[in-house]
Ligand binder design. Structure first.
Ligand code: ACM
Length: 462
């Protein structure tokens, strides 16, 4: 899955991505086409989605992000571009599955058509007058499930998306739907009374069922994130399990087709090394962990598992170079996981092949993360009250050299063998990994203040 909503990637970039994916037997590209930050597909009967929704929406979500270049606005795919991408995928034995995320993650649609929101009329009126001044705490990012206008909107969108993408499934999102504005809405209360719904999850279930019917009426099969299970969605709905694999387990028991795509193994937007060397994100996923991905775990009826998938959200990924960096080598780990017989994977056999493919990526000038060569830092306070730093590497055949005096360590420096006591005058720890005589990791500078911060945070957690 590539999120082209938070940051847009051009048709040419998506084609290059397809070129890279199919080398590793990825046969499906899920395009996350809409979100709070942008609507990225032309819908002819709803022009404001692209004149407003692709353009004028306030950037929200994903925490602080410092772009290296100014962002450009107004980007979306025309029908011609979509058709070209679909054909390009087909020519390379890859299908494209579109996702239109709803009822949450819909701020771009709400900015375009304020009536879609379940905020009070006065708020919608203000949005119409002021344009872009609202954030989602003011108007919500959730479509109004109690308005027939919402379903008319969904029908128009789904009709066009179904025509453009021949793939049998349409993904209609369903994740992280905030119910704050629903809970305050009189018309949602009236809907609950009329339909005998007692909880907000059931209201979402009602919405999902309506949407599923629209999708089926266009001759397509409905797929959504695992939250769609919470409101008794129809039995034929396919579930993409992202909050771990539990949603997927439950779904197979109920007979739903399932795609396994858990944050724990398959989220490519997470950092792949120590936070000191990676662009900041709230979670980490090392290569060796991604390599443990099992799309059809024991105890499941594997007949219901359609496959496994990795997800690349792009709140903090602004360039195609960074898309590549986040995808490789973890994409190798995911590809090998979904195409390997159970029990046949072997890390010690895998990482040398990763290195052979690094050489191919370099030759092709495709970016990748060298993070597997870099250590993780952990801090502890021992019984002697001294702070110690532990360094670990994913690969067994590396040596870590270090300095505390601001110089650049090489293989004639002390090598790491046990947790380090930090000299009291030191302001930074510098490390680099070697394989034999050759430097292989990045030169990493770790401020002692950062280690102290981490220790304090650890202390607070305990
Ligand atoms: C998701 O990561 N919100 C599906």
């Amino acid at each position: 899955m590539l999120d082209v909503a938070r940051h847009f990637f051009t048709k040419e970039e998506v084609k290059q991505y397809i070129d890279q994916l199919v080398r590793y037997k990825f046969n499906l590209l899920h395009l996350h086409l809409t979100d709070d930050q942008g609507w990225r597909i032309d819908i002819k009967s709803l022009p404001r989605l692209t004149t407003v929704g692709a353009n004028k929406v306030k950037r929200v979500g994903g925490g602080k992000f410092i772009p290296s270049q100014p962002r450009s606005g107004g980007q979306y795919y025309t029908h011609e571009e979509i058709k070209e991408l679909v054909q390009y995928g087909k020519d390379h034995f890859l299908n494209i599955m579109p996702e239109i995320d709803m009822p949450g993650h819909s701020l771009a649609a709400i900015f375009s058509y304020p009536d879609l929101s379940s905020a009070p009329d006065s708020t919608k009126m203000q949005l119409r007058q002021d344009g872009q001044v609202m954030d989602y705490f003011q108007i919500g990012n959730t479509l109004d499930p109690s308005s027939e206008g919402t379903y008319a909107f969904v029908d128009k969108v789904v009709t066009q998306v179904a025509q453009l993408f021949p793939f049998p499934y349409l993904h209609l999102g369903g994740d992280e739907c905030s119910k704050i504005f629903w809970a305050r809405s009189d018309s949602v209360k009236a809907l609950m009374q009329k339909e005998g719904l007692t909880t907000m999850d059931q209201v979402q279930g009602y919405f999902e069922k309506r949407v599923e019917q629209i999708v089926q009426a266009k001759g397509k099969q409905f797929m959504g994130w695992d939250e769609i299970l919470e409101g008794n969605v129809g039995a034929k709905a396919a579930v993409m399990s992202w909050r771990g694999i539990e949603g997927g387990i439950t779904a197979t028991k109920l007979g739903h087709p399932v795609v396994m795509s858990p944050t724990t193994f398959a989220y490519l937007d997470y950092m792949q090394g120590d936070p000191i060397v990676e662009p900041p994100l709230f979670a980490s996923l090392r290569l060796n962990k991604a390599y443990q991905f099992e799309p059809a775990p024991d105890g499941f009826d594997a007949r219901f598992i359609l496959g496994g998938q990795a997800n690349l959200w792009t709140e903090k990924i602004a360039t195609f170079r960074q898309v590549q960096y986040m995808t490789w080598p973890r994409g190798f780990a995911i590809a090998e996981s979904v195409w390997s017989a159970k029990g046949s994977k072997n890390w010690d056999g895998f990482y040398p092949r990763v290195e052979a493919h690094f050489a191919r990526l370099r030759e092709g000038e495709i970016n990748y993360a060298p993070s597997m060569y870099d250590p993780d830092f952990a801090v502890s306070l021992d019984t002697d009250s001294l702070m110690r730093v532990s360094l670990t590497t994913e690969l067994p055949d590396l040596t870590i050299y270090y300095s505390f005096d601001n110089s650049y360590p090489d293989r004639f420096y002390p090598s790491y063998t046990e947790p380090l006591v930090i000299p009291s005058e030191a302001t930074q720890l510098r490390v680099i990994t070697y394989r034999g005589k050759d430097p292989i990791g990045r030169m990493i500078t770790m401020p002692i203040a950062e280690l102290k911060n981490r220790l304090e945070k650890e202390g607070k957690k305990q």
